[in-house]
Design a binder for this molecule. Structure first.
Ligand code: XMP
Ligand code: MG
Length: 175
């Protein structure tokens, strides 16, 4: 398979600057909290989580979950599947879910009620990217890095068929 070079949408410098802003905002909002638990959604969030976590002024612990979203072939009521749960107990913790991209919002609509049922002290969401044209229904995101158009984006953790995750910028590839 030959893979073209992605077209740059968001440069490395722009990502760095935006993450600093997000980290400042999040650090202020959680200044009262003793500790924050960052829950990264694998695989796509790993680069964003690494950079964001190192800029926070509040002490943070890190955990991960892995989810699988089905496309058109999905069975009703089983559109999202939990592949890996957190290792730590989230009850009583200030939980911030860290997502790579919110597309339709299906993943968060599945995940947030599940996490809320476990009794965290607070529960918020942070997404590096959001595709406003694709979001369907109600989905609340507390912190958003960038809005992107309805194109397939790769790089900075995001993939197409597991390629491009290590690119330092966010780019688009033709479908
Ligand atoms: P939603 O919000 O629809 O998002 O539940 C499900 C997951 O789909 C992935 N996704 C993308 N991954 N480039 C990617 O690399 C994209 O443009 C893209 N759009 C959606 C992502 O894993 C998200 O969590
Ligand atoms: Mg993915």
């Amino acid at each position: 398979m030959t893979l073209g070079r992605p077209k740059v949408l968001i440069t490395e410098e722009a990502i760095r600057a935006r993450i600093s802003e997000l980290a400042r905002k999040i650090s202020g909002d959680y200044a009262h909290a003793e500790e924050l638990l960052l829950v990264g959604i694998l695989k796509g969030s790993f680069v964003f989580l690494a950079d964001l976590s190192r800029r926070l002024a509040v002490p943070a612990t890190v955990d991960f979950m892995a989810l699988q979203t089905y496309g058109r072939e999905s069975v009703p009521g089983e559109e999202v599947r939990l592949l890996m749960d957190t290792r730590s107990d989230i009850s009583g913790k200030h939980v911030l879910v860290v997502e790579d991209i919110v597309d339709t919002g299906k993943t968060l609509r599945y995940l947030l009620p599940l996490l809320a049922s476990r009794g965290p002290a607070s529960l918020r969401t942070c997404a590096m990217l959001r595709k406003p044209a694709r979001i369907s229904g109600e989905v609340h995101i507390d912190y958003v890095g960038f809005d992107v158009p309805d194109v397939w984006v790769v790089g900075y953790g995001l993939d197409r068929a597991d390629r491009y995750r290590a690119l330092p910028y966010i780019g688009s590839v033709s479908p």
